[in-house]
Design a protein around this ligand. Structure first.
Ligand code: MG
Length: 407
């Protein structure tokens, strides 16, 4: 069949000649022939389908490098790649939607209204409890749980000689030994949360809440990375982090890894964080089912974490709170062994945060306690005076803050 000039081909493909020249330069759509004397590009009519595919993918917002990869794939694999791209695009949009809602409120002055209402008619407060347990298999507790008047956090450390997340779930922690001899090493999870604790004394304006949390999380990441670089035995140490910063009317959330935050509101219980795991992305892309993910050999493999040598790319958001909201933060030592319905039952039926934390840890231990397990439970309450409970589980508590009164 005769080759088409760039003008004819452009009209048939509903693209501009300029776009076709760009696609050629980028290696997305190479002309069938370039006239050696005139330099004119000539196209085969059979290339129309690829030209249209490139145009559609551009309309989808897909980056050029990724379009090039899709164009090189068989149709089935190309479909999977487009599906994976779109899952990520929707996730990014959802994260930006929360941020946009927060900014709209902030710029339209709703924050100020809330602040003044607070001083005249009382405010929300939080009642909270936290605890962490080594479990029945691991020798050390690499988790850290913390709850204070402004900060709630759970972190799950890995690497440095302990069973590594990167090594998958099959590696048992009982065979691991501390890499620094007789020195008791501070877990990366505790290093990260210690770096966040300065937020307890900070007094960031509401508009700066998210900035303050993100900045503190970045510094925590730097500190964990320095720890990893300080000793060859600690290379690869890192931690998950799921933390919330309380402002009196809002909660800012930072999240990286596979620890989780859940919200119980009006009887409905749902996870408000996305696991940064390989299996979660495989479920999103339709490659495996949620059931298959639960028993997948690489279910513990993290795509994102703090430290560990990777890029620090946490999810960030700000949440409005309502009276009677209950938040649960937990490490995968709970969520991987106690099913969501049981977690929901305990969280929904145990009034005191300290009792709920204790019951959740007990449930994980009854399920075998194969991993360290950490929980924070925080209730949003009104007209608070002395509203804080920081409790401990009687046996095997690793950290629990002292009782503190809110201002
Ligand atoms: Mg864990």
């Amino acid at each position: 069949m005769a080759l088409l000039t760039i003008g004819v081909f452009a009209r048939a493909a509903r693209l501009s000649p300029k776009a076709l020249r760009l696609y050629d330069e980028l290696g997305l759509l190479t002309p069938a022939r370039v006239d050696p004397s005139s330099g004119y590009r000539l196209y085969d009519p059979a290339q129309l389908e690829q030209a249209r595919l490139v145009a559609w993918l551009r309309r989808l917002g897909m980056p050029l490098t990724r379009i090039r990869a899709v164009c090189g794939l068989e149709p089935g694999a190309a479909a999977a790649e487009v599906a994976a791209y779109w899952v990520q695009a929707e996730r990014d949009t959802a994260a930006r939607r929360d941020l946009a809602a927060f900014l709209i409120d902030h710029l339209s002055g709703k924050d100020n209204a809330m602040t003044s209402a607070r001083s005249t008619s009382g405010t929300f407060g939080i009642r909270y409890a936290s605890a962490s347990h080594t479990g029945t298999v691991r020798e050390r507790n690499e988790d850290t749980a913390y709850a204070g008047p402004r900060l709630l956090a759970v972190a799950d450390g890995f690497g440095g000689g302990e069973a590594s997340k990167a090594a998958g779930a099959g590696s048992a922690g009982s065979a691991a030994s501390a890499p620094t001899g007789s020195t008791v090493r501070t877990p990366a999870s505790a290093v990260a949360i210690d770096a966040l604790k300065r937020l307890e004394t900070g007094d960031a304006p509401l508009g700066d809440l998210l900035n303050a949390l993100e900045e503190a999380a970045r510094q925590a990441n730097d500190t964990v990375s320095e720890l990893a670089g300080s000793d060859p035995a600690l290379a690869g140490v890192g931690t998950t982090l799921t933390a919330m910063l309380w402002s009196g009317s809002r909660l800012a959330l930072v999240h990286i890894g596979d620890s989780r935050a859940y919200l119980l509101r009006d009887g409905r219980f749902f996870q408000i964080t996305l696991d940064h795991t390989l299996v979660r992305s495989m479920v999103d892309e339709g490659r495996i089912t949620a059931e298959e993910a639960a028993s997948h050999p690489q279910r513990a493999l993290l795509l994102r974490a703090m430290g560990g040598g990777g890029e620090f790319a946490p999810d960030l958001g700000v949440r409005d709170v309502r009276a009677s909201d209950r938040y649960l933060l937990c490490s995968d030592g709970l969520s991987a062994v106690v099913d969501a319905e049981e977690i929901r039952r305990v969280v929904g039926s145990t009034p005191e945060p300290a009792d709920a934390v204790r019951a959740l840890i007990d449930a994980a231990i009854r399920a075998g306690g194969p991993d360290n397990v950490s929980c924070v439970v925080a209730d949003v309450v009104t007209d608070v005076v002395a509203d804080v409970v920081a409790d401990a589980v009687a046996d095997g508590v690793e950290q629990a803050g002292p009782p503190v009164l809110t201002p």
